[in-house]
Each structure stands twice: as structure tokens, then as C-alpha cells.
Ligand binder design. Structure first.
Ligand SMILES: Cc1cc2nc3c(=O)[nH]c(=O)nc-3n(C[C@H](O)[C@H](O)[C@H](O)COP(=O)(O)OP(=O)(O)OC[C@H]3O[C@@H](n4cnc5c(N)ncnc54)[C@H](O)[C@@H]3O)c2cc1C
Ligand code: FES
Ligand code: FES
Length: 476
């Protein structure tokens, strides 16, 4: 057992225990003089604090790097990681991405620039072909308030990929792995005035923690917890991480199911499901930003239980269930039976999610998942919804943002099942769905507006359905 976390920053090793780990990575970096990393929103929304975080990949025997927002990542989450900041890129001259942004006049006040450089670097780390669309997608987590995005996009587009040194060549994996040492395999127990952080190696020990520390939080990606810690300080500082428990970071796919471990990040999950759950794959392109998807987990989205959680309607419509572990054993809970009220789950505090099981839809099942938000990228849903129509006529509709929890529209499903999908049944569903939903007015919109959005969503579903099934319709 160790009482500290170990990580590297630009190749330099750090070991911290006690209250020191309850500090965000962004604050830590700036205190170390690495002030290229900026803090603006402090809630994962602007990308000014973007850094690269590398983890050793056993299969490829090298460090694999992903961007993250360092303002919502706490030091206790960095165990075993190599963090690279914008300062770490500079050799004798500026990095090719930095030079390109200067040439294209892609920086004015320059406050956002280090964050853009790090996000653009991810494209080259992934060895992706440069297209305007791809550059835009990689940069959706970064905001610029003065330059305007076109100059930045043009700058990145001019970079020659073969001139960009891979992080592996700047920080050789073998050396980084040696510097981290074998201690990163040991479980962690940190108990301090600022909070408690445990990372056990077994589920039994994790369950012991939940019994001993109540209330407590399971820090998976920490993208919800990090914001709450930063903004409200209301979160319990008894934190449990499952990252050392083997098997929980795996996704397995059979003919019937996609089984996702509790520690699987949304970006990895998205890559794995492309050929099996394409509708869900597409929806995840507009889940948060690359920085958020690189940290957030499917389990965290379900357990957070937000009525506008984007994964909840699709997983309900696909009849998914979670595997929940307690001292007494394992049980399964269907996602549509998980929510009892606003952020109130049918799970006990001494239970945790180990896996999410998603049935692979049959060949002719018609699926559509919708997210409606005020802007397309990096925004939370105002309302969201999922429609599943099976070949035998079985219908499932799940809606978010219109009740205290994501809900099934059971009465409306019944109308489609009885009458089929046609112009008349759509009108009947549009009427019945208004009786089923109970939206409230809040910062995302007035109740009346949300009712209108759901009405439009049903119309869109209908035309999407007709276009695919009958090859007719208008583009909506
Ligand atoms: C900038 C930004 C953009 C975002 N965009 C979106 C978006 O587009 N769509 C969307 O739906 N959400 C969005 N979110 C919210 C958040 O990213 C997601 O809810 C995410 O899936 C949470 O996963 P996590 O692993 O980070 O959870 P964490 O923050 O680690 O945990 C969240 C909750 O889940 C619990 N938990 C975690 N793992 C388990 C487990 N194994 N068993 C039981 N309980 C567990 C924790 O105790 C905690 O209550 C965004 C957040 C930010 C900061
Ligand atoms: S400071 Fe805005 S995302 Fe971190
Ligand atoms: S250059 Fe000023 S915010 Fe982007």
C-alpha cells in the first residue's frame, strides 16, 4: 500500500501524498512555473488549460497520449500518467504547430493558443489525415475570443504531418515507464484533512471503502465530479478510484452484446462501437469535446443520473442494463429501471457499477438518437431522445430534459405499436407525448419551448423513418 500518487510532467517525476493531491492539475502546473497552461472557465468548457496525458499501453508497448482539460483533473487522478504541457514541446525552435499558428496569424492575445496547440497536436499523435472537418472536430473543445477560428484552422491545415515530432520521440516510452517505476501497480490509500482518496486493486476492497466512507464518490473520469469540486465545493471528499482494478477498463463485443467496463472512457468506447452501434457512435461526436470524451466514462454518465445525460435515452431505447456489485453479490438493473427521481438511483450507496451491457440491435431495427442543444458542439442538451422500432413492431421511445429523470414514453410507444408509423399515428403520438412529458422552465429553456422541441423531434423521427424505409421525404 502506498500513501502517494506518482506521475511525470514533461519527463520530470513527482510523488505526492496527503492534502497535496486535492489540487487541480492546472493550478499545480502554474505553481510549478508552467504558465503556458491557462485557466479561464475552470469547468472544462473552453480548453485554455488543455494538456496531453499519456498512459502506458501494454498492447502497443508505448505511451498513448490524449488531451484533457487540466482545470477539472485533480492530481489524485494522474497516478501513472505522463503529462505533457506546451512547454514540453519546445526544443531548439518552436513546435511546427506553434510556428504554423504564427504564420497564419492564428493568435492575437494568445491566451487560448497553448490550448489550441495541444488539441491540434492530438491530430498528429493519432496520425490522422488533415481535413478541414477533422481539424474542426479536434478543436471543438477550444474557444477563442479574439482571433476567429478560420485563421487557426488554416494554420493547422498547413502543418506537414511528417515534420511533427511524435511525443514518443521527445519522451521515449521506455524511459518514462522506468521513471514511473513498479510502485504504480500498488494500491493507494491517502487520508488527509483535505480529503480521502483510495485506489484499491480488488472489487472487495472497493466495496469495503463504500461501507466505511459514506457519503463517498467514485471518481471515474471526474468530469462531473471535477466541476462540482471546483464550482460548488459541495462534493464529499471521500473519493474512490477503480483504475487499478483489472478488467474494468475493457470493452468486449459478441454477436449479441457490447459489454463496457466501468472505467472505459467514452472516446475508447466510441471507437470500439463504430461497426456495431453506428447511431450511438454518431451521437458521441457531439458529446462534450475531445478533452471531455477522453476522460468521461459511460458508467459516470449513467450514475450521474442527469435528466439530460446524453447516453441515457439511447441506452434505454436499446434495453441496456448495468451490472452492479455489492458485498452480497452481483445484480442487474435495466437502465429504464435505474432512476427513481431527480438524480435518485435504484442503487444502494454500498454498490457500484462494474459493467454496462448493451444489446446489439437486430439487423432491421430502425434507430434514431437526437440531441437538441443551443449550439452543436460542446453544449449540454436542452432535450434529447431515442427511438427504436424493431422489425416485429416493438417500439421504444426514451426522452430526456422533459421530466426529473430520462423517461420512457410508454403510452406513445403503444400508439405506434398499434397503428404503425404513419402520418395519422405521428399526430396521435404528438398529442399523447405532450401528456406524458412534464418539462420545467430552467436555464436551458422554457417548458413551452421544450414541449415544442419534442413535437419537432417526433416530426423529424417520422421523416427520417420514411426516408430510410420508403426512400421518400424531405430533408429536415
Ligand atoms: C465541459 C463538459 C461537457 C460535457 N458534455 C456532456 C455532454 O455533451 N453530454 C453529457 O451527457 N454529459 C456531458 N458532460 C457531463 C459528464 O462529462 C458526463 O456525465 C460523463 O459521462 C461523466 O463521466 P465521468 O466518468 O467523468 O464521471 P465522474 O465525474 O467520475 O462521476 C460522476 C458520477 O458517477 C458516479 N460513478 C462513477 N463511476 C461509477 C461506478 N462505477 N459505479 C457507481 N457510480 C459511479 C460518481 O460517484 C459520480 O456520482 C460534460 C461535462 C463537462 C465538464
Ligand atoms: S479553463 Fe476552461 S476548460 Fe479548463
Ligand atoms: S487569441 Fe485571444 S482568445 Fe484566442
Amino acid at each position: 500500500m502506498r500513501g502517494f500518487v506518482i506521475f511525470l510532467v514533461n519527463g520530470k517525476r513527482y510523488e505526492f501524498g496527503g492534502s497535496n493531491v486535492f489540487v487541480t492539475l492546472a493550478s499545480f502546473l502554474r505553481r510549478q512555473g508552467l504558465v503556458g497552461t491557462k485557466i479561464v472557465c475552470n469547468e472544462g468548457d473552453c480548453g485554455a488549460c488543455t494538456v496531453m496525458c499519456g498512459k502506458y499501453d501494454e498492447t502497443h508497448e508505448r505511451f498513448v497520449y490524449h488531451t484533457l482539460d487540466s482545470c477539472i483533473a485533480y492530481l489524485f487522478q494522474l497516478d501513472g500518467c505522463h503529462v505533457v504541457t506546451v512547454e514540453g514541446l519546445r526544443g531548439e525552435r518552436l513546435h511546427p504547430v506553434q510556428e504554423a499558428l504564427i504564420r497564419s496569424r492564428g493568435a492575437q492575445c494568445g491566451y487560448c493558443t497553448p490550448g489550441f496547440v495541444m488539441s491540434a497536436l492530438q491530430i498528429f499523435e493519432d496520425r490522422e489525415e488533415l481535413t478541414e472537418r477533422r481539424i474542426k472536430n479536434y478543436l471543438t473543445g477550444n474557444l477563442c475570443r479574439c482571433t476567429g477560428y478560420q485563421a487557426i484552422i488554416e494554420g493547422v491545415a498547413e502543418v506537414h504531418g511528417d515534420e511533427v515530432p511524435r511525443l514518443e520521440s521527445l519522451f521515449p516510452s521506455l524511459k518514462m515507464a522506468n521513471d514511473l517505476g513498479d510502485a504504480i501497480q500498488e494500491p493507494i490509500s491517502i487520508e488527509s484533512d483535505a480529503g480521502v482518496f483510495h485506489a484499491p486493486q480488488s472489487l472487495d476492497h472497493a466495496l469495503d471503502f463504500l461501507k466505511r466512507f459514506d457519503p463517498s464518490w467514485i471518481c471515474a473520469g471526474g468530469t462531473d465530479i471535477g466541476v462540482i469540486l471546483n464550482k460548488t465545493k459541495k462534493v464529499s471528499k471521500n473519493l474512490l478510484s477503480l483504475h487499478l482494478i483489472s478488467g474494468l477498463a475493457e470493452t468486449s463485443i459478441t454477436d449479441q452484446f457490447v459489454e463496457v467496463g466501468a472505467s472505459v472512457r467514452i472516446s475508447e468506447f466510441q471507437k470500439k462501437i463504430r461497426g456495431h452501434l453506428f447511431e450511438l457512435y454518431k451521437l458521441l461526436n457531439i458529446f462534450g469535446s475531445p478533452q471531455i470524451r477522453n476522460r468521461a466514462t459511460v458508467a459516470g454518465n449513467l450514475a450521474n443520473g442527469s435528466p439530460i445525460g446524453d447516453l441515457i435515452p439511447p441506452l434505454m431505447a436499446l434495453e441496456s442494463f448495468i451490472k452492479v456489485q455489492a458485498r452480497e453479490g452481483e445484480r442487474k438493473i435495466r437502465v429504464d429501471e435505474l432512476y427513481l427521481g431527480y438524480k435518485k438511483l435504484s442503487m444502494r450507496v454500498d454498490e457500484l457499477i462494474t459493467q454496462i451491457v448493451i444489446p446489439i440491435p437486430k439487423e432491421h431495427t430502425f434507430l434514431r438518437f437526437y440531441k437538441i442543444s443551443r449550439r452543436r458542439d460542446l453544449d449540454i442538451s436542452t432535450v434529447n431522445g431515442a427511438f427504436s422500432i424493431e422489425e416485429d413492431g416493438k417500439v421504444r421511445i426514451a426522452l430526456g430534459g422533459v421530466a426529473p429523470t430520462v423517461m420512457r414514453a410508454l403510452k406513445s410507444e403503444g400508439i405506434f405499436e398499434k397503428q404503425g408509423i404513419c402520418a395519422e399515428s405521428v399526430k396521435a403520438v404528438q398529442r399523447s407525448i405532450q401528456d406524458e412529458i412534464h418539462p420545467i422552465s430552467d436555464v436551458r429553456g422554457e417548458a413551452k419551448y421544450k414541449r415544442g422541441l419534442i413535437d419537432q423531434m417526433v416530426t423529424k423521427f417520422y421523416w427520417d423513418y420514411r426516408r430510410e424505409r420508403e426512400g421518400v421525404g424531405i430533408s429536415v
